[in-house]
Design a protein around this ligand. Structure first.
Ligand code: 13P
Length: 257
């Protein structure tokens, strides 16, 4: 049985006061949730303040990126040890905006995933196709390639740390989510691929989140799909009521009771 996992990616939003207030609001609404994992991923600079706000709750903290380097002359970068130091459990790696806006390649993403696992963080590894790739019927090829390259060299003992997030690029921030059938199809393909790369047990334990215009109104439908184990939420994670509703609905749909 996979425990559902709902994570909020705050992206480059909030200021210190609104970040703390959002975290406190979530603690009040869903802070004692059991049977479902919940995480928020604020911008780096607000991690310590949000960690304090979350400290009495079951909500975990995550970062939105990490360096593949351990330390040294890498101006502007943040290491795994630094994220651990400010109480991060999770780190998003390979987000579409880092791939397509900042230009991160699969090889770098792989190094970051390896560094995160070695550093004791749990990576949320993002994959997803562009609209043109979907229209050209290349979704399976593109996503499978991203999964294989991102997880290259990661052994069976370490892969358990990873959550995969399927985020079709055309669904991110557009208000147009993948239909539950589209999401299920890709999630099942990813799970099948994990089964081939590792084994059936690992595949059956791997949590695969969906991301891309997930919101309260489509949560039940998406979460009711057999291979959708959670959500990586952007815009809707910035509102206490919306994100809390998504956590509650996900728990009702799939929570481990
Ligand atoms: P939206 O939920 O705003 O579409 O963003 C999804 C996302 O990119 C989460 O990582």
């Amino acid at each position: 049985m996979r425990k559902p996992f709902i994570a909020g990616n705050w992206k480059m939003n909030m200021d210190s006061a609104s970040a703390v207030s959002l975290a406190q609001g979530l603690v009040n609404e869903v802070g004692q949730c059991d049977g479902i994992d919940v995480a928020v991923c604020p911008p780096f600079v607000y991690l310590p303040a949000v960690a304090t706000a979350l400290s009495s709750s079951n909500i975990s903290l995550g970062a939105q990126d990490v360096s593949e380097q351990a330390n040294g002359a890498f101006t502007g970068e943040i290491s795994c040890a630094m994220l651990k130091d400010v109480c991060c459990t999770y780190v998003i790696i390979g987000h579409s905006e880092r791939r397509h806006v900042i230009g991160e390649k699969d090889e770098l993403i792989n190094k970051k995933i390896v560094a995160a696992i070695n550093g004791g963080l749990l990576p949320i590894f993002c994959v997803g196709e562009l609209l043109a790739e979907r229209q050209a019927n290349k979704t399976t090829t593109v996503v499978a390639e991203q999964v294989k390259k991102g997880l290259a060299g990661i052994c069976s003992e370490r892969i358990q740390a990873v959550t995969i997030a399927y985020e079709p690029v055309w669904a991110i921030g557009t208000g147009i989510n993948a239909t539950s059938e589209q999401a299920q199809e890709v999630h099942a393909m990813i799970r099948g691929l994990i089964g081939k790369l590792y084994d059936k047990t690992i595949a059956s334990q791997m949590r695969i989140q969906y991301g891309g215009s997930a919101k309260p109104s489509n949560t039940a439908e998406l979460m009711s799909q057999p291979d959708v184990d959670g959500l990586l939420v952007g815009g809707a994670s910035l509102k206490v009521a919306d994100f809390a509703a998504m956590v509650k609905t996900s728990f009702e749909t799939k929570g481990v009771k």
